[in-house]
Ligand binder design. Structure first.
Ligand SMILES: Cc1cc2nc3c(=O)[nH]c(=O)nc-3n(C[C@H](O)[C@H](O)[C@H](O)COP(=O)(O)OP(=O)(O)OC[C@H]3O[C@@H](n4cnc5c(N)ncnc54)[C@H](O)[C@@H]3O)c2cc1C
Length: 438
């Protein structure tokens, strides 16, 4: 009976290591070509050959590099466990009856049966619309970082980072290391909030050191608090951004604007499986059990809190799924890491003032060209969707649904299958009949 883990980020890798330590068979599925998730993306190396004919084989050898040693240690432990397999470039797109997942793989659709399921699906960025946010050259802060890690050349490109939260600094440091000129970091939180966050970091010395290192790396870059985006300008591409601080507005010429307003837990699969959510994240107990039997969740999908929380929760989920003992030290690590998550949300939760960045004529749904003014007359997501095709384009509401939750206080839309756009062949692989058409 296989323990199936969705997501090979820090939470998924920690869960796989803990679950398989005493011989339980584990399968890890991830839609990226290599393990690592968001933070270790492209840094832990791919299994060789990059795409094996049998994609479920275990990693063999790692190209490798400077990252968090914890990632390497987890992969080194997993590499020699023949009862652990990985399925990369594989996306779980639907939930079928009988504890089966429909998974899109490079070799075609697969139906994967699980006995215990651990959801480590991470988070995605919250993108808040503002005038000009759809111009080429405007990205999410994490999005730009992911592009750079994927090889986007940024040498001598002028980049402005704006929004809120530590991801701005992490992403700016990545851009700087790639040769970009980081010309401004515009943080929306006030100086008081930043000071309170810094004081809170005293309880998290490793994070404090990391913050100091990032600030040192970015020394010389102009950094303002209480600053927000007014508008991104350009014709066929971004040329400048207008920022505002108090009563002052000013323009900065730039090639890229990376705007980040925090993260949103990825809960779609969990909701399709019937797991309850709380405050937008998958609800779990201290053993990472969801409200559904034999389904566990760990990492950013249970609440935003950074890599330490993902590692601690992943380990507990793996132990619990394999029926192993969870020690007080495991629980302490989790509690400490979760307290950093609370500090993050206290300090950087995007404030309602940011709602005014989105003007009546600003596009909210960029796939279907729907503006804020067109949405505002509707009472719910469903109503606006039926009337305006809101959320019916290629992103299937991944971007605009979270924006609408933030702008209008709407509930998250119901989870629908398939979770991601998929091929007709994948859909055709589902047998008709009870459960097959779920
Ligand atoms: C864009 C972005 C950039 C970030 N950069 C940093 C950073 O520089 N520094 C930092 O400290 N933190 C960063 N974070 C925060 C980061 O997410 C956490 O610190 C950490 O990576 C969370 O680990 P996790 O395992 O919970 O989730 P993740 O690392 O997000 O891993 C989840 C994995 O699950 C996969 N997945 C999700 N759904 C499916 C599905 N249906 N089928 C198959 N695979 C699926 C995802 O592709 C991903 O690989 C970033 C977050 C984002 C969104």
């Amino acid at each position: 009976m296989t323990i199936v883990i969705i997501g090979a980020g820090p939470a998924g890798l920690a869960a796989a290591e803990a679950a398989s330590a005493h011989g339980a068979p584990v399968l890890v599925i991830d839609d990226n070509p290599a393990p690592g998730g968001q933070i270790w993306r492209a840094a832990l190396g791919a299994p060789t050959p990059a795409r094996a004919p049998d994609a479920t084989r275990a990693p063999q050898r790692l190209r490798s590099v400077r990252v968090d040693q914890r990632g390497h240690a987890l992969l080194a432990a997993l590499r020699d466990r023949h009862h652990v397999s990985f399925l990369f470039e594989a996306r779980s797109v639907a939930v079928l009856a009988g504890q089966v997942l429909l998974v899109d793989t490079p070799n075609g659709p697969q139906h994967i049966t699980w006995s215990q399921l651990i959801l480590c699906t991470g988070a995605r960025e919250l993108l808040i619309p503002f005038p000009g946010w759809t111009l080429p050259g405007v990205t999410g802060a994490g999005g730009l970082q992911a592009l750079v890690k994927g090889g986007l050349p940024l040498t001598n490109q002028r980049v402005v980072f704006a929004g809120t939260g530590p991801l701005l600094l992490a992403s700016a440091a990545t851009a700087h290391a790639a040769g970009a000129q980081v010309i401004h970091i515009a943080e929306h939180a006030s100086r008081r909030q930043l000071a309170s966050f810094a004081a809170g970091l005293l309880r998290h010395p490793a994070k404090l050191r990391q913050a100091a290192h990032l600030l040192h790396t970015l020394r010389g870059t102009r950094h303002t608090a209480a600053t927000r985006i007014v508008e991104a300008r350009g014709d066929s591409r971004l040329r400048s951004v207008t920022l505002q601080r108090g009563g002052t507005t000013w323009d900065i010429e730039c090639d890229y604007l990376a705007a980040g307003f925090g993260l949103v837990p990825e809960t779609t699969l969990a909701r399709l499986l019937g797991c309850q959510t709380k405050d937008g994240a998958i609800a779990v107990d201290h053993h990472q059990c969801t409200t559904q039997a034999n389904i566990f969740a760990a990492g950013e999908c249970t609440g935003i809190g950074g890599v330490d929380k993902s590692l601690a929760e992943g380990r507990i989920a793996g132990l619990q799924a394999a029926g192993r003992k969870i020690t007080p030290a495991d629980q302490q690590a989790r509690t400490h890491a979760c307290s950093f998550g609370k500090l993050l949300s206290r300090s950087f939760a995007p404030s309602a003032a940011l709602q005014s960045m989105c003007r009546p004529d600003t596009l909210v749904c960029r796939c279907e060209d729907v503006t804020r003014a067109q949405i505002e007359g509707h009472a719910t997501w469903r109503d606006a969707k039926l009337q305006m095709r809101l959320g019916m384009g290629p992103c299937q509401g991944r971007v605009c649904a979270s924006a609408c939750e933030f702008l209008f206080g709407w509930d998250a839309p119901d989870a629908r299958q398939p979770v991601f756009p998929t091929t007709a062949a994948t859909l055709a692989s589902v047998p008709a009949g009870p459960g097959g058409d779920s």
